[in-house]
Design a protein around this ligand. Sequence first.
Ligand SMILES: Nc1nc2c(c(=O)[nH]1)N[C@H]1C(S)=C(S)[C@@H](COP(=O)(O)O)O[C@H]1N2
Ligand SMILES: [Mo]
Length: 252
Amino acid sequence: MSRLSRRKLITTGFAATASALGLGVAARIAQRYGLVPPDHGGIYGLGETLTYASQRLLTRHSLAREFSRSQISKPPFANEIPPLNEAFKRLQAGGFADWRLSVNGMVAQPGSFSLDQLKRYPSQSQITMLQCEEGWSYIAEWIGVPLSQILQAVAILPQARYIVYYSIDPDWWESIDMADALHPQTFLAYGMNGDELPVGNGGPLRLRLPRQLGYKSVKYITHLTVTDSLKGFGKGLGSASPEAGYAWYAGI
Ligand SMILES: Nc1nc2c(c(=O)[nH]1)N[C@H]1C(S)=C(S)[C@@H](COP(=O)(O)O)O[C@H]1N2
Ligand SMILES: [Mo]
């Protein structure tokens, strides 16, 4: 069976279960398999649960589409750069030599990584599309280290379920589950199209998560926390996005 028809069958199956048994039962099945997203409580809560649960059952291991070099957008679209704070400007003035990515939480060896240290891990690249929820998109080559490598370096504990990640801009923080955190296309990206990652696109370091909408690819990453529950973070909805009315899970 092709991937597409399998996908159709399973999603239809999950949706059919939802309508035949009632949404409450589908939600309980999702709960049983640990497939309830942290923002399940709001008005769209049940919809968010069904989207996340059926996507996860289907796409745990699937890859975001990769493009050829000739399909890279020229010039890459950059969001308007938000006014960056003093802390950022100071680090930028020093050529980002003092930029650090700190990692703590449910890890055996909390750590702090400079850009040079991150670049010492074998680098990988992917040519993928960044899609904004507002409708625009661009294709670029992203260069970096898979997040899984860093999670391995800090030795995450078996209870770990989510990675929370923070920008130097306090308005931006997000989290992902372990299926996305350990996914081979989830990168800590420091390069783009053969060069350093431009500040406009999140340099010196951003998370690159091609299986979800652009807003999950947070720019200017300085900190990661490994956790088994998102309840203690912000309003407990998983990230800044659901606090602003966007879905926590933004799979595409
Ligand atoms: N720190 C930070 N990260 C961010 C944003 C932002 O404004 N600040 N915008 C997000 C949104 S909505 C999108 S679509 C992408 C845009 O990435 P780009 O600037 O490379 O196009 O970055 C995401 N990450
Ligand atoms: Mo966006």
